[in-house]
Write a protein that binds this ligand. Structure first.
Ligand code: HGY
Ligand code: MN
Ligand code: MN
Length: 417
């Protein structure tokens, strides 16, 4: 047995190989959950795993698991990984870095002939992004028993594709994967991910030791007025939902983030019905992604949204409906598993700081059923959910080296509680 080390060149090539699946002209990826491109990436990973003699499993949510046996074969494995699905104009590192680095850990252990006490499994979670089918983190949420997948069967994407059909096709596309029960126990989970923010790069730090994730809530707002002729309907006769929507968005943008440095409010989608140039719309719908490290503040912002919608819609003679499409309270990771990551970073002399994640991750739901921690590495200018997302090769290597060191520590000896 030799000392396991990361093969940085192999990992970089893997990142490039996977970036070609769903590649966009601007250098990013469009590999949305349960799409043909997502299935192609899952197939490539499964084939790489089978070629190394690892076992491949998938559960009813198509979460994909790759297992390398440990000495205590029947003990719950240590789980490492992330996701392979992307935003429609996503970057080549969001999710893929953590998933492919985790696979590199299995290969490094195999190359060194190093056996761990507990088995180590790589996971690629289904639909982390939630962009094609909301909510996000579907696979890990179902794995943690925090949602019943049956509730999602009637979902369809913006083109009418059925979630149930796409899930079935994804499962059928990997006959080599052994079926496994949803929520099979694990001894712990460590996820490597890009920070998707600027702080590590600005502070010239190699690593973020992530202690938790802020809360996220997605609201779908529908404002209904009265359709009418664009040319003949004077102001006094209008009940224009777009005027109400503009009033709501202006009031929210002018108050929520300017008054609270930790608050985030984003309007990612807006649409009108019927969407005709020369018809006053009957209805306007828009999405709101609100986030805060404090659950209480998240609730206050939600209440502020509802109050402002009520005022602006009443002023325009419109009605409003607000649906909650996703509600993920803030979460804190296991101090013991965070300490495993922190001590590994110190052993490797990697500069680090502890931090809370602004983005949500699968780790948040997995932390409800197993001791969990995350590792962040810097990305250029903190840019993500953008085709120009980039990670320096040195940061890729730092992240993978730390994931290997933490994996060996967490897979041997008593599992962190
Ligand atoms: O939206 C998020 O926070 C995650 O990156 N999908
Ligand atoms: Mn991600
Ligand atoms: Mn993302």
């Amino acid at each position: 047995m030799t000392v396991a080390t990361i093969n940085a060149g192999r990992l970089q090539r893997r990142l490039e190989d996977f970036a070609r699946i769903g590649a966009t002209a601007a250098g990013g990826v469009n590999r949305q959950a349960l799409s043909r491109e997502d299935r192609a990436a899952r197939r490539l990973l499964a084939e790489l795993a089978l070629a190394r003699g690892f076992h491949v499993f998938q559960d009813a949510m198509a979460n994909l698991f790759i297992r390398r046996e440990g000495r205590e074969d029947d003990a719950p494995p240590l789980l490492i990984g992330s996701h392979l699905d992307s935003q429609p104009t996503g970057g080549r590192y969001d999710g893929a870095l953590g998933t492919l680095s985790a696979f590199e850990i299995l290969e490094a252990l195999e190359d060194a002939g190093m056996q761990t006490e507990r088995s180590v499994e790589v996971v690629a979670w289904t639909n982390e992004e939630g962009s094609r089918f909301a909510p996000g983190v579907m696979g890990s949420m179902a794995f943690a028993g925090a949602a019943d997948p049956a509730a999602w069967r009637s979902l369809a994407d913006s083109k009418g594709a059925s979630f149930a059909d796409e899930l079935a096709e994804t499962l059928a596309a990997l006959p080599e994967a052994t079926a496994r029960a949803l929520g099979t126990p694990v001894s712990g989970y460590i996820e490597l991910h890009i920070e998707q923010g600027p702080s590590l790069e600005k502070e010239k730090l190699a690593i973020g030791v992530v202690t938790g994730v802020q809360g996220t809530r997605w609201l779908q707002v529908t404002i209904t007025g009265e359709a009418g002729h664009a040319g003949t309907t004077a102001l006094s006769y209008r009940r224009d939902p777009m005027v109400a929507a503009v009033g709501v968005l202006h009031a929210l943008q002018a108050s929520v983030m300017p008054s609270d440095i930790d608050a985030r409010l984003t309007v990612g989608r807006i649409a009108t019905v019927p969407g005709s140039v020369n018809a006053i719309p009957r209805a306007v719908t828009f999405s709101l992604d609100i986030r805060h490290p404090s659950a209480a503040r998240l609730q206050e912002i939600d209440a502020q949204v509802r109050a402002i919608c009520g005022e602006q819609c009443a002023a325009q003679g419109c009605s409003v409906e607000i649906a909650t499409a996703f509600d993920m309270p803030p979460g804190v990771f296991s101090p013991a598993m965070v300490e495993v990551v922190q001590e590994a970073a110190l052993r490797l002399s990697l500069s680090s700081k502890r931090m809370v994640s602004g983005a949500f991750h699968d780790a948040l739901f997995v932390s409800r059923v197993a001791p969990t921690a995350m590792i962040f590495v810097p990305c250029r200018d903190g840019i993500s959910h953008n085709e120009t997302e980039y990670v320096e090769p040195a940061s890729v290597e730092n992240g993978a080296r730390l994931l290997l060191e933490a994996t060996i520590a967490a897979a041997n000896g008593p599992p962190p509680v």
